[in-house]
Design a protein around this ligand. Structure first.
Ligand code: ASP
Length: 428
C-alpha cells in the first residue's frame, strides 16, 4: 500500500466546518499519518490559538490578568468538541495549562497545547489513533532532532495497519525529558520528520492556497502558481518571507529525497505545487517580509572602535538575536535583525554598554529570486530598471550567497507597494 504523510495547517483546522473538509480528504485510506497544527484564524482579525497561549504566558509573567485570553482558548476548543459531536473532556488539560501559566512554568509545554488538544480532538473525530509527538520526536542536547532515537521510538509505537493523528510543532528534549517546540510554524517540520521516520516518500502539506505563488496573491492579482520547484528554491523563498512552508523542513526533504506536495484544503482537486530534487532550479518570484531592524554601526576602523564593534556584535549573538545579514561598508557596518517586541530598546542598551555608535531603522525586506539572475545580465539590468521606475527609497541592497536572489531594504510602509510595482514591471 502506498501511503502518505499529510500535514494540515492552522487555517485548515480553524473550526469544525473546516475539519469536516479535512475529513473528506482523509477518506483516501492511503493517507496514514496526519500531522495537525493548532487552530488558526477563522477570519482576518481572529487570533491563532498559539498566539493566545503566548499572550496568556506573557500577561502572567507581568502579573497581569490573562483569564480573558485564556477563556478565548477554552471556548474555541469547547466549540470544536460540541460542533464535531465528540465526547472529550477538556477540563483536565485546561487545568494543567492554567497551572503552568500561573507559575510561569514550562513555556514550551504551554505553547504546544494548541497542537496537542487539536490532535486529540481530530483523532477522536476521525477515529484514528492519537500518537503524541513527545513520544516519537526527540531533540538532542545541541537542540537538533535525534533521528536515530526518534526512529526507534516511532517504529515501536506504530503498526502498518493503523492510521494516526500526530500533533505538530513539538517533541521531547532528551536532556530534561520536557516538551520542546520548534520555531513558529514548526508543524511543517514535524510533517517532514514523520515522512522520514515512516520511510514515506510523499509528504502532502495542506494549506489555504493552491500552491506556491510567485508573489503574494493578496498583493498582486496576477500572481501565478509555481507548479514545480527545487528544494533550494523552496528553502530560499521561505527563508526570505514566503509563508507557505517552514524553511527548516527542506533540510529533511532534501536529505531523504522526499517529494513535497503543497495543496489547498479548500480546493483539493487542484494538484498544487511539487517540490522535489529533479525540479528545475529556475524559479522566478518576489517575496519579502516586514519586521526587521536595520542597525547601522559606525565602524571607522581605529582600534578602539574595532574592539567596541566586535564586542557589540558578540553581545548580539550571545543574546540570540536573529541576525539575518551583515553588510560591511567603508566606515559602517549594517546588521539586519529579525525584530520582536522590545528588541529596539535592548539593542540600544547593548550599544551603550559597548560604546558602539548606532542608528536603528525599522525596515521590510523585499527579495527577488530569479534562477536566471547569475546567468543573464539582462535580468539584473531589468531589476535595476524596475527599481529606477518606482518611487521609493531603497535603504539597502544585498545579494544572496547562491547568487539567485537580491534583497532590498525599504520602509515598512511602502512594502506592499514596492512588491506590487516590481512584480508588475518584471513578471507580468
Ligand atoms: N501553531 C504553531 C504556530 O502557530 C505551529 C504551527 O502552526 O506550525 O506557529
Amino acid at each position: 500500500m502506498s501511503s502518505n504523510v499529510c500535514k494540515f495547517g492552522g487555517s485548515s483546522l480553524s473550526n469544525a466546518e473546516n475539519i469536516k473538509k479535512v475529513a473528506e480528504i482523509l477518506k483516501d485510506e492511503n493517507k496514514r499519518f496526519v500531522i495537525v497544527s493548532a487552530p488558526g484564524k477563522r477570519f482576518k482579525e481572529d487570533k491563532k490559538i498559539t498566539d493566545l497561549l503566548i499572550n496568556c504566558y506573557v500577561l502572567s509573567t507581568k502579573n497581569q490578568a490573562y483569564e480573558e485570553e485564556f477563556s478565548l482558548i477554552k471556548t474555541r476548543f469547547e466549540d470544536l468538541v460540541k460542533e464535531l459531536g465528540i465526547d472529550f473532556d477538556l477540563r483536565k488539560v485546561f487545568q494543567e495549562i492554567d497551572d503552568k501559566i500561573k507559575k510561569h512554568d514550562d513555556y514550551d509545554f504551554i505553547l504546544s497545547r494548541g497542537e496537542y488538544l487539536n490532535a486529540k480532538i481530530i483523532a477522536s473525530y476521525l477515529n484514528f489513533k492519537f500518537l503524541d509527538a513527545k513520544d516519537i520526536i526527540f531533540f538532542d542536547k545541541s537542540g537538533k532532532v535525534d533521528l536515530e532515537r526518534s526512529k526507534e521510538e516511532f517504529t515501536k509505537k506504530t503498526n502498518k495497519n493503523s492510521r494516526y493523528v500526530i500533533p505538530g510543532f513539538y517533541g521531547t528534549n532528551e536532556v530534561n525529558s520536557k516538551i520542546k517546540v520548534f520555531s513558529r510554524g514548526g508543524s511543517d517540520i514535524t510533517g517532514a520528520i514523520v515522512a522520514v521516520l515512516s520511510d514515506i516518500k510523499t509528504y502532502e502539506n495542506y494549506t489555504d492556497v493552491d500552491g506556491v505563488y510567485d508573489v503574494d496573491p493578496n498583493k498582486c492579482k496576477k500572481a501565478k502558481i509555481i507548479k514545480k520547484l527545487s528544494y533550494d528554491d523552496m528553502r530560499i523563498m521561505s527563508s526570505l518571507g514566503a509563508e507557505v512552508l517552514h524553511p527548516d523542513s527542506t533540510y529533511f526533504l532534501e536529505k531523504y529525497d522526499i517529494t513535497l506536495n503543497i495543496r489547498n484544503t479548500f480546493n483539493p482537486s487542484n494538484s498544487g505545487s511539487i517540490i522535489r530534487k529533479e525540479s528545475p532550479n529556475f524559479t522566478r518570484c518576489i517575496t519579502g517580509k516586514r519586521g526587521y531592524l536595520l542597525v547601522n554601526v559606525e565602524n571607522k576602523k581605529n582600534s578602539q572602535q574595532k574592539e567596541n564593534l566586535a564586542n557589540f556584535k558578540n553581545s548580539l549573538r550571545k543574546n540570540n538575536f536573529e541576525i539575518i545579514r551583515t553588510i560591511e561598508g567603508v566606515d559602517s557596518l549594517s546588521i539586519i535583525i529579525k525584530s520582536f517586541e522590545g528588541l529596539e530598546s535592548k539593542v540600544y542598551k547593548l550599544a551603550c554598554d559597548y560604546n558602539a555608535k548606532i542608528t536603528i531603522k525599522k525596515i521590510a525586506l523585499v527579495s527577488i529570486i530569479d534562477g536566471a539572475f547569475n546567468k543573464e545580465l539582462s535580468v539584473q539590468s531589468k531589476i535595476f530598471d524596475a527599481l529606477s521606475k518606482i518611487d521609493f527609497e531603497v535603504i539597502l541592497i544585498t545579494k544572496g550567497a547562491l547568487d539567485i536572489s537580491i534583497s532590498f531594504g525599504v520602509e515598512e510602509d511602502s512594502f506592499d507597494k514596492v512588491i506590487e510595482s516590481i512584480y508588475s514591471f518584471l513578471y507580468t
